[in-house]
Write a protein that binds this ligand. Sequence first.
Ligand SMILES: [Ca+2]
Ligand SMILES: [Ca+2]
Length: 246
Amino acid sequence: MRITKPIIVLSLTGIFMLPTLSFCSYSPSILNWVRYGDIDQEVSNAEAAIYSLVPGATITRSTTDSAAQLASELSGKDVFLISECEEGIYQGEGTIFAPVLSDFVSQGGVVIQCNSGIWGVDVLGDAGLMTRSYIGTTASGTGTLELPGHPLAYGLGATVQMADATEYWSTTDPDVDIVVSYSQPSYGVLMSTQVGSGWVIGIGYDYFDRNSDADRMIANAVCIPEPGMICLLGLGSMALLRRRRK
Ligand SMILES: [Ca+2]
Ligand SMILES: [Ca+2]
């Protein structure tokens, strides 16, 4: 949730004030797929990054390779997080999971994958959720915030700190937003696209290293459904409806 100050709404039906809302006013329920994750490093660090900014989040881990099992585990979840795949040999589960993840996202779910390009693992691509190609990895430097008004840009400055093992990808799909770039505007560190009412998000950090920008990105990603904003839109619709009935 992006609103930090009270909002005064003017309409023909009157003036009313909405309460102040802080960042991420809901408590996302997250399924973290760690089948190929390094539990002691990247998996734990990514979860710690989420909890640091979204203390109300609930994170459950999954190691399944079964689409049916995944569908069951995703029931009632808001977010499917794919931790960096760097342990073992990836067996193409993205393809196996494709129908389940497509349904999940279409119905408003959020799918996030953290950095896996160096190992050739592209679960988002295999699942048909995002068209992208791995370009390279940096260990340091700064990226550029390309879309300051994007919901994933909340709390980020004009430049963004890269971390050890930060990957960047390109895309040929004009519907994929490059929110943060590295090296050139078409190389995305933070990329997203909307599918149905849901979101698909690629994050270039693996969370071996953390910094405040990396933490902010994964927090924004798990909070992106913004039920507070849906609530505001609902109030707006009610006001409009009342106006028309007069
Ligand atoms: Ca590791
Ligand atoms: Ca790693």
